[in-house]
Design a binder for this molecule. Structure first.
Ligand SMILES: [Fe+2]
Length: 242
């Protein structure tokens, strides 16, 4: 199986369109989406529609749940909470219903798909340190777990002795005796100081994983955020990649 894994689109239609075009150009038939379709950006309905139409699997993110009052928005920072309120006013009934139907995790072949963590995915915890990643390997059975949530692309492996480390190559081979947690980064709001949209290609035939970065029309996405009345800091951070 060959698939594209996308996550954290955050209503950024410009970034999503570029990513989908690249996926089509590479003739990848399967797209798995790890959630946070909305929040922060100016095109929630378009992003929900496109993600649902193009993806074989879509799991829920914390912003998706917050928009339909399933996640506690008081845990969000003030700007994120304001963006959720704005999104709730914009979102169509049909769009909200689509978000209500999203599952928290999904297994396909040898892959585990979840937005935040395999353990208690509804708690929306972040994995940053190697120790935090290490604890999660016992919480799924598949060889590879794909996550999003932090907006920082990275791959961590665990060998058959339990040793964990960061994968330093890109692309990198899937080694038979290793298991992986791969953060696919964010399509619509990268936070690793690289403002380009991020997604991942999984090639189960060639046993290979690659993190892809793509330029998109950031000024247009920023203009829409400002014209739409969303907090300006949300426009600034797209260019900064943080
Ligand atoms: Fe997110």
């Amino acid at each position: 199986m060959k698939a594209a894994i996308i996550s954290d689109i955050h209503s950024n239609l410009e970034a999503l369109l570029v990513v989908l075009k690249d996926i089509k150009k590479r003739r990848l038939k399967s797209i798995f989406c790890l959630g946070d379709l909305i929040g922060y950006g100016a095109n929630p309905n378009e992003c929900i529609d496109l993600c649902m139409k193009e993806s074989k699997v879509v799991v829920a993110g914390n912003h998706d749940w917050a928009a339909i009052d399933k996640a506690d928005v008081t845990t969000f920072n003030p700007v994120a909470a304001e963006a959720i309120k704005w999104t709730q006013e914009q979102i169509s009934k049909e769009g909200a219903n689509k978000l209500k139907g999203l599952e928290l995790s999904h297994k396909v072949d040898n892959l585990f798909l979840v937005h935040a963590t395999p353990t208690e995915p509804e708690k929306w915890r972040y994995l940053f340190s190697l120790e935090e990643f290490e604890k999660e390997f016992s919480q799924f059975e598949e060889q590879i777990c794909f996550i999003g949530h932090s907006h920082i692309p990275a791959a961590i492996y665990q060998d058959d002795n339990g040793y964990c480390d960061l994968v330093r190559d890109n692309p990198f081979p899937i080694v038979a005796k290793r298991r992986y947690i791969v953060n696919v980064g964010s399509v619509g709001q990268p936070r690793d100081l690289d403002p380009r949209a991020s997604y991942v290609i999984y090639d189960g035939n060639k046993n290979n994983i690659e993190i892809i970065r793509l330029d998109y029309n950031i000024p247009l996405a920023q203009q829409k955020i400002i014209m739409g009345g969303l907090p300006e800091v949300l426009a600034d951070r797209l260019l900064a990649g943080r």
